[in-house]
Design a protein. Sequence first.
Length: 364
Amino acid sequence: MKSSLINAVHFKTKNPIWSRLQQNRSGKVKRKTKIFTTSMNPTNISRTGIFLICNVICTLLCFTFNQNELSQLVEPYQVYSIEEELNNDISRRLEFLDCKDLPNIEIVRELGKGKAKIVYEVKLPSGQIAIAKRCISDHCLRKGLLIREVTYLKGLQEQYGQDQVIELYGACDGEYPNGGIDLLKGTRSSKKRNTRYLTKIASNFNEGYTSFIELGKPFLSEWREGEVKFRKCFASFFTAADVESFRVIARQYAAYKDSPMVLGKPTIYFTDNIWVEQYILAKAGPRHVDLDMLDECKNCTYNEALKFNCAIVKDVVFQNDIDCSLAYSLDNPVLNFDDHINATEAELQCIERVGTPKIASKKK
């Protein structure tokens, strides 16, 4: 099945019949009309029949592709182009949740709290279980970290489709009461006061900004900074599908529609995105969930951004020779995209092998 998929991708992009079919779809049908007006000798009839059969076969191939597998294989902008031809609703326009839905959103429990943000498990009006993110620091609010994150997630979802990214369900930007938050003053005391207030009203979604996204599975139960031996052990449990997903992350950001995105500032080597805690196992596979250190690289080319992103995910999967290019993915197709790491088992085995790692404070 996979080899036929690869052949079909090459057939679509390089075969002249595919190009002619694309022309027909855009309304340029003169050549096709001419075929039916040629002299009806046996040779022409035979050629016409062959051409029509090829068109039918090509069309069937296009519509019977497993879109998930295709999206995993080709460059993000190519996926967008192909699906746009096959589906007029490529953006998969969704009805996002907003502030009017807050009365019907139930907090189930607090999942985690860091220096900048707090995360809750919530039940949406549809019954879907998701997470809600809230700022609990002046820095998070002043820098607009959640708003920025939602903007990027929404852009990714519109560009690649909901089934290829972390699902974004919506957001609410509630107003603060008078005297609640003061962003005009930048003094240390005012920042501390803002942080105290944000922490106090964290579970009150009517005040401040709240984002609602997919509840994925964290790879590690705790933030474990450093501990190279432990991380290398854990990375050894990543499957071929997991590693391919990290390649997809690198390519999706490099081909982001507004500007190439990179997993950190190119002028600064260090970024939290080298840690596996910055990623979750989502429905689409391993995906990047903490976008604080994501950076636009307006002067980068696609290849430059891809090279940088690949150097970052290399440190996550501990594969120095990882190749994030489309060519590599096409030449080395993954047989089962649903085969993922058992993170709980991997963590337990690595603790047994290298000992209990030092646990650092969680950075959210």
